[in-house]
Each structure stands twice: as structure tokens, then as C-alpha cells.
Write a protein that binds this ligand. Structure first.
Ligand code: ASP
Length: 437
């Protein structure tokens, strides 16, 4: 019998997880059972993905850069990558701003609901404000300074330092190109082999994906706040999700126009990564799978994917920037503030920068939102208004973040002549489908 495709198995796992949790909430012991006996498997699954993120970036980038064999190719690709990333982010923020100004979700919040939300969530938001305050104290060139670690081993100990690891890997790769080929041969083949091993680890972890997402979603359902709160914030959530859905359309259109690849080909190729992004709320945890899908199922050559995707996972967050713009204006509306056109243009710039600065982990977008609110003079207390629905929206915006990275990798690959045919591994259960057998 033909095995169900991976994305269907993951979807089934998600669905069963939700159903299981809904059943369990009917029993007194249900919530604790899910938290104690099911949730840990979700955490183990996410951890196993995070575990390979840094080794993957190191191996893939060193291999990717050294495969280019030419520094001018690298700077061409680097320039295009950053330019397209910034362009898609600005499009995303603008879509968010247009929608929030048309729908005006903040006007549907009554004074009573606003006070209730601020009262019940102000404690939860303190953590975000404190983290943001720490960042505020830093100088204007801090981000640039942070790019260069003083010790690569300590940098590699935290997934939050991905940009530092990327810096080291690119630097190492460049040096490897510059030494005589004969001398660098062993180092290069070491990293080539290392990269293969990591990719195989991704395959092995993905065997557990349907069970992992089952556990993650079951835990989310038993821990989610009451349905009434969702209703109060319904229009806000609809605005964010609507904007994110439009972004999917934007990516499909860009891919179609610039690479001539059909929407179904793109979406089918990337769907397991999207489902994982949704279940884990972390672009960093999803990175290994995004990388595998883009190279093996979409045909982006490894040297492009291994350069464009790790950078994208850290700096290109279209979903996050769109959400930050909508959230900022929503909070302003709920507090009865009128934002001028100039302030809204400023939000485009600050949300773009804030999304670049957001870490690729759950909830990071909310920390950086504090900066956007500060810029526009919107009360930070407003964070409490959106807190209740932040997790589900985080799940959705992470899908967009990952889809954006994948589509840009196709564009960059196409522009440097490195978009070929999908190369599924023989052991891949979709091998026949992808090969068209
Ligand atoms: N969770 C998002 C990501 O990892 C970041 C955020 O918007 O909070 O891409």
C-alpha cells in the first residue's frame, strides 16, 4: 500500500492532537494528564530539531559558500538576498497597514473589554517589556557589533546567536575558497560529509513529526485561554490572519512570475515545513526541514539554499512584521488614538527593522513590538490587549516567515541559474511522486 504523503501524516497528527485534547478537557484529570504525559514528547520533538539548527547552519553554510568557488558570486547572491528580503518585508507591513485601516479592529473593543484585558494580562506582559527595555538601552550600532562573536564556541551554545554563527561560517567559507584547493580539500570534504549526516538526521527526526505535532497541539489546546477572549479579539485576529493569507498569494505570484513554477508545485514542496512552523512557532526549529524541502523537493541547489535560508530564518520575518504593524495600529485604535499618515509610514520602517531583530523563536515578535509601540507613542500597556491570542497568531505568522524564506530562495536561485529539478532521496516516501513515476 502506498504510504500517505508526509504533509498529510503531519496534518492528521495535528488534527488528532486537537481532538484528543478536546476529549481530555472533559475529564478532571485530563489537563494534567496531557501536560505531564503528552506535552514532554512535543518538547522532545522541538528540541531535537533545535539541536541540529546550529550544526546545520555551520555545515551547510561552509559547504554552500565554499561550493561557490568565487567571492564575486557570493557578494552578488548576498546583495540580492538582502534586497529581496527587505522588499518582501515592506510589502507585508504595507498589506498589514492597509487592512488594519480598512477593518479598524480596535474600534470593536469596548472600554469595558479593554480595561478587563489590561487588568488580567498586564503581569504577563512585564516580561516582554523588560526584555525590550534591555534592548532599548543599547546604542545604534549594537546590532552590527553583535554580529561578530568574540568566541565562536560560546556563540554556538545558543540558538539565539544564529547570526553570529552565520557570520563565522561565511567568513570560514570565504577563507576556504581563498586557500589553494589542494590544501582545503580535506576540510571541505569533512564539511560536505558533515552536512549529509545532518540532513539524514533531519529525515530521521521527520519520521517522528506526526507524533511530535500531535503532542504539541494537544498541549496547546489544554493550555489555551477561554473562547470568550478569542471572540473579543476576533476582528484583530481576522485582520492579522487575512493579511498573512494575502502574503501567501503574494509569494505564489512572485514564484510563478519569476520562476514559472506552478503554485501547487511550490505549496506541495514546502507544506511539511509550513505545518511544522505552525506547530512549533519557531522558524529556527523549522529551518532544517525548510532546507531539506527546498533542496530535495523544489530544486533549489544546496549552495543557494544553505546561504539564503539560515539568513532568512534569522532576519526575514514577513509574517512577524505584518503582525507588528497590525497590532500597533489595533492598540492605538483601542485606546482611541489617531495615527497620522507620517506615523504610519514610520511604522513601516520600524516594523521592518523590528522583524529583522526578532529572534526565530516563539513570542519573539511581541518583544520587538514594544519598540514599534514606543516609536509611535502608543501605550505599552496595550500589549495586554493582544496577549491572549498571541500564540495562535504566532503559529500563523511563523508559517509566513518560513514560506517567505523558501520563496526568496527560489528567486535567488533562479537569478543565479541554480534552480534545477527536485532531487528527492531514494528513501523518501514521496520519491515516486516527485520524480513523476
Ligand atoms: N515565532 C516567530 C518565528 O520564529 C517569530 C515571532 O513572530 O514571534 O518566526
Amino acid at each position: 500500500m502506498k504510504k500517505l504523503a508526509l504533509h498529510w501524516r503531519i496534518l492528521l497528527g495535528m488534527l488528532l492532537g486537537v481532538i484528543f485534547a478536546l476529549i481530555m478537557t472533559n475529564f478532571d484529570f485530563g489537563k494534567d494528564f496531557v501536560k505531564d504525559w503528552i506535552k514532554p514528547f512535543g518538547t522532545i520533538f522541538i528540541n531535537s530539531l533545535k539541536l541540529i539548527a546550529i550544526p546545520l547552519i555551520l555545515a551547510a553554510l561552509i559547504k554552500g559558500v565554499s561550493d561557490l568557488k568565487d567571492i564575486s558570486k557570493l557578494s552578488k547572491m548576498g546583495g540580492r538576498t538582502i534586497a529581496i528580503y527587505i522588499m518582501t518585508t515592506v510589502i507585508a507591513v504595507s498589506i498589514g497597514l492597509v487592512l488594519v485601516n480598512i477593518i479598524k479592529p480596535g474600534n470593536s473593543i469596548s472600554d469595558k473589554t479593554r480595561t478587563e484585558l489590561v487588568d488580567s494580562y498586564s503581569d504577563n506582559t512585564t516580561k516582554y517589556k523588560d526584555q525590550a527595555a534591555l534592548q532599548k538601552e543599547q546604542g545604534p550600532l549594537q546590532a552590527l557589533q553583535d554580529l561578530v562573536p568574540e568566541n565562536i564556541f560560546s556563540a554556538a551554545t545558543s540558538n539565539r546567536n544564529m547570526l553570529q554563527v552565520i557570520f563565522f561560517a561565511v567568513f570560514f567559507g570565504i577563507a576556504l575558497i581563498l586557500i589553494p584547493e589542494e590544501k582545503g580539500k580535506t576540510v571541505k570534504s569533512f564539511f560536505d560529509g558533515f552536512n549529509e549526516v545532518i540532513l539524514k538526521m533531519v529525515d530521521l527526526i521527520m519520521l517522528a513529526a506526526p507524533y511530535g505535532v500531535f503532542a504539541l497541539l494537544a498541549a496547546l489546546v489544554v493550555e489555551s485561554p477561554s473562547v470568550d477572549l478569542f471572540k473579543a479579539l476576533g476582528w484583530y485576529a481576522i485582520t492579522v490572519v487575512g493579511g498573512l493569507a494575502i502574503m501567501i498569494g503574494v509569494y505564489i505570484a512572485i514564484v510563478l512570475v519569476f520562476t514559472k513554477k506552478k503554485p501547487s508545485f511550490f505549496m506541495k514542496g514546502i507544506s511539511p515545513a509550513q505545518l511544522l512552523a505552525f506547530s512549533t512557532s519557531s522558524s529556527a526549529a523549522t529551518l532544517p526541514v525548510t532546507m531539506e524541502r527546498v533542496t530535495e523537493h523544489i530544486g533549489v541547489e544546496e549552495e543557494v539554499a544553505s546561504f539564503v535560508l539560515p539568513i532568512g530564518a534569522t532576519i526575514n520575518m514577513d509574517g512577524t512584521s505584518l503582525y507588528q504593524a497590525v497590532a500597533a495600529v489595533f492598540i492605538a485604535q483601542a485606546f482611541g488614538m489617531d495615527l497620522t499618515f507620517g506615523t504610519q509610514l514610520g511604522i513601516i520602517a520600524t516594523a521592518t527593522l523590528a522583524s529583522i531583530g526578532s529572534a526565530a523563536v516563539p513570542g519573539a515578535g511581541m518583544v520587538m513590538l514594544v519598540g514599534v509601540l514606543g516609536y509611535a507613542g502608543i501605550p505599552e500597556a496595550g500589549l495586554a490587549l493582544i496577549f491572549a491570542v498571541d500564540r495562535p497568531l504566532d503559529m500563523c505568522r511563523t508559517v509566513i516567515n518560513v514560506t517567505g524564506d523558501a520563496s526568496v530562495s527560489m528567486l535567488v536561485a533562479k537569478s543565479v541559474g541554480k534552480l534545477g529539478e527536485p532531487k528527492p532521496k531514494e528513501w523518501d516516501d514521496n520519491y515516486d511522486d516527485v520524480k513523476g513515476n
